[in-house]
Design a protein around this ligand. Sequence first.
Ligand code: ATP
Ligand code: MG
Length: 271
Amino acid sequence: MNIPNLLLVSSNQSSDVDVQSHSIRLDGFSAYYGKNCIVSDINLKLPIKGVTCLVGPSGAGKSTILRWLNRINEETESASFSGTVKVLGRDIMSGYPDVTELRRRVGMVFQQPCVFPCSIYDNILMGLRTQKLSKAQARDIVEHGLKLASLWDEVSNRLEGRADSLSLGQQQRLCLARALVLEPDVLLLDEPTASIDPISSHAIEELVISLGRKISIVMVTHNIGQAKRISDHVVFLCDGKIVEQGTRAHMFSPRCSAKTKTYITEDFCDC
Ligand SMILES: Nc1ncnc2c1ncn2[C@@H]1O[C@H](COP(=O)(O)OP(=O)(O)OP(=O)(O)O)[C@@H](O)[C@H]1O
Ligand SMILES: [Mg+2]
C-alpha cells in the first residue's frame, strides 16, 4: 500500500523526475483570455528543487501562468495558450493524457481558497480517496497535513466540522494541507499567506523553505520581504512579460536592473 510519507523524506520522487533537469520549462509561452493576450512569449526554466517567487504588480499575469502549469485554466472557457509548457520533462498536453496525473504531481493552492462542502477531515483526504487507508492511517495523514500547514491546533477538536465554516486564512491553510498530503513533485502557491496572520505566515514560510530542499515550489507573492526571505530564484513579471529573473542574491543586489530595483525598493512599477 502506498501511504504518503508527508514529505518527511524525498523518496516520493519517481526516477523520471530525478533525471530531469527542470521541473518546469516554458518556451515561447503566451496566454490568452478570449482574444486578449495576457502573457506574452515567456521563456522560463525552473530547477527540479528550490523556491521560485513570482512577483509583479496586480494584473501582470502571475496567476494565469500558475494556472496553466497544472492545466487548471483549461476549465476557464475563454482561456488558451500557445508555445510549449513542460512539467517534469513532459509536455503538459501530450505528455499527460490523463490530466489527473499532472494535477497529482503538480499541487496547487489557489489565490482564493477553494474548499469542498464537507468536513475538514474529508477535505484533507479528498485526493487520496482511491487509496485504501485504515482509519488510523487516515487519521495520521490528516493530523500530519494539518500540522504541516500550521492549522492543527486550531481545528484538532472539530475535524468533523464543515470546512466552509473556517475563516479565509484557515481555509487557505486547509488547502495547503490538502495539497501537501498528495506529496506533489511541484507545488504552486498563489499568495498562500495573503490572508494569514503573521505567526502562521512565518510557519508557512519555514515550511516552504524546507520543502524547497526536496521539491520545486513556485510561489506568487506581493510581499517583497517574503520573497527575499524564502526564494532561491525570483521572476519579476510586469504586463505579461518577464522584466528580469535571477537568483535571490542577484535580484536583491545592486546588480539587478533599474526596473527591478524600483519595484523591490519602492513597490512601484515603471515598466
Ligand atoms: N477568467 C478570466 N477571464 C478574462 N480575463 C481574465 C481572467 N482571469 C484573469 N484575467 C485577466 O488577466 C490579467 C492577468 O490576471 P492574473 O490574475 O493572471 O494577474 P495577477 O498577476 O495574478 O494579479 P494579482 O496580483 O492581482 O493576483 C488581468 O487583466 C485579469 O483581469
Ligand atoms: Mg493573482
